[in-house]
Write a protein that binds this ligand. Structure first.
Ligand code: NAD
Length: 380
């Protein structure tokens, strides 16, 4: 069996789907691993390190994509600089694994189904204990939460920690984290490590204990409706409940030096948590980092990929933050992908047991069909 690692073509993507350590693990199992020349370069893994791990370096993209039984990617397949779409480099029966954005870009799934490709979407790995080591959404969200705090700290005209010095006492920064899922919890932990006083808010009451165990104060918003959907995700709440929660959090936004927003509802536009009026109430010099920038933004002033200054408040809408920590983001992603590959491959043959909940959920196209109703609905 041949497994190939593609060089990412998305602008700004620095991650790579396998790092040399994980290549060595597959080679040890008797699998032939092909790596596109330069695939790991932007994550600081040279071709020589892949070769030393037992991979074969392939310079020609079409050869690599054509020969692979299983092709590994990070970003979704897309049109390349030369005008060719990556999906057209694949042929019937091949397997592709990556973040394929099936709900955001369902036309890609359609294209892969038409070409009879078996596609596994890392976004669709179930968030269960059994699938935890394959959960790339979590591993990458955790990188984003960490980096968001560093961006806020770097952009702020103040210290994060409390300092008692001969030149006077500096009070600690006040950081408010909105959305305490995987990214939000990592943001809390990072802001605490930097010495900030941290408050956090989420519509799922279950996160209160996790927030408190990280040393942050949980801001309670009484919401008299069910906020939790299947799988532990948040549900879209009513406009009235959103308004009520904005009223409660407004005071905390107003007094914060940094606000990190991470709120998402799967398959939906990100909820608006910070209105223009709330930004206008903030102190000059304060910073908002909006991790939901690519999904429409949690802040009304966010511009994806841009830093904007609104009445002295810097609103930052970063894009693809995991890619800005490419060594460790790739290391964790590679571990997630390796675990999935090892789960799928037995004695060098693909074992597609659709009765298995992980395989059933993550495999979005097979034998010419889109296998997921939500993707079909998104196409309709
Ligand atoms: P996510 O990225 O979809 O959302 C981030 C956070 O935003 C969530 O905590 C959500 O509750 C919150 N949110 C949504 N709407 C909001 C609003 N209007 N106001 C404030 N906050 C809002 O979530 P995620 O980080 O991917 O994780 C979601 C869930 O999945 C959590 O329950 C998490 O514990 C669970 N999970 C389980 C596992 C596992 O069991 N292996 C792994 C990862 C995540």
């Amino acid at each position: 069996m041949k497994i190939a690692v593609a060089k990412e073509s998305e602008v700004g993507e620095r991650r790579v789907a396998l790092i040399p350590d994980t290549v060595a693990r597959l080679v040890k199992q008797g699998i032939e691993v092909l790596v596109e020349a330069g695939a790991g370069e932007r994550a600081c893994f040279s071709d020589a390190t892949y070769e030393a791990a037992g991979a074969k370096i392939v310079s020609d993209t079409a050869t690599l994509w054509g020969e692979a039984d299983v092709l590994l990617k990070v970003s979704p397949l897309q049109e390349r600089g030369d005008g060719q779409h990556e999906a057209d480099l694949l042929h019937e029966g091949q397997v592709v694994i990556g973040f394929l954005d099936p709900l955001g870009t369902p036309t890609l799934a359609q294209r892969l189904a038409e070409r009879k490709i078996t596609a596994f979407s890392m976004e669709m790995i179930p968030r269960t204990t059994r699938a935890q080591s394959m959960d790339a959404l979590s591993s990458q969200a955790s990188v984003a939460g960490y980096k968001a705090v560093l961006i806020a700290a770097a952009a702020m005209p103040k210290y994060f920690p409390m300092l008692t010095t001969a030149a006077g006492t500096i009070p600690p920064a006040k950081v408010f984290i909105m959305g305490a899922g995987v990214a939000g919890l990592q943001a809390i932990a990072t802001a605490r490590r930097l010495g900030a006083v941290v408050e956090a808010f989420d519509i799922r009451p279950a996160v209160k204990e996790e927030v408190q165990s990280l040393g942050a104060k949980f801001i309670e918003v009484p919401i008299e409706e069910d906020t939790v959907a299947a799988g532990g995700y948040a549900k879209e709440i009513s406009e009235a409940a959103k308004q009520r929660s904005r009223e409660v959090v407004a005071e905390h936004v107003k007094t914060a030096d940094a606000v990190i927003t991470t709120a998402q509802v799967p398959g939906r536009k990100a909820p608006l948590l910070v209105t223009e009026e709330m930004v206008a109430q903030m102190k000059p010099g304060s910073v908002i980092v909006d991790l939901a920038a690519e999904q429409g933004g949690n802040c009304a002033c966010t511009k994806p990929g841009k830093d904007v200054l609104v009445n002295g408040v810097t609103v930052i809408g970063p894009i693809n933050l995991p890619s800005s920590v490419p060594i460790h983001a790739s290391q964790m992603y590679a571990k997630n992908v390796l675990t999935l590959v090892q789960y799928l491959v037995t004695d060098q043959a693909l074992n597609l047991n659709f009765a298995d909940d992980i395989i059933d959920a993550a495999c979005i196209t097979h034998a010419g069909e889109i296998r997921n109703q939500r993707i079909k609905d998104a196409l309709a």
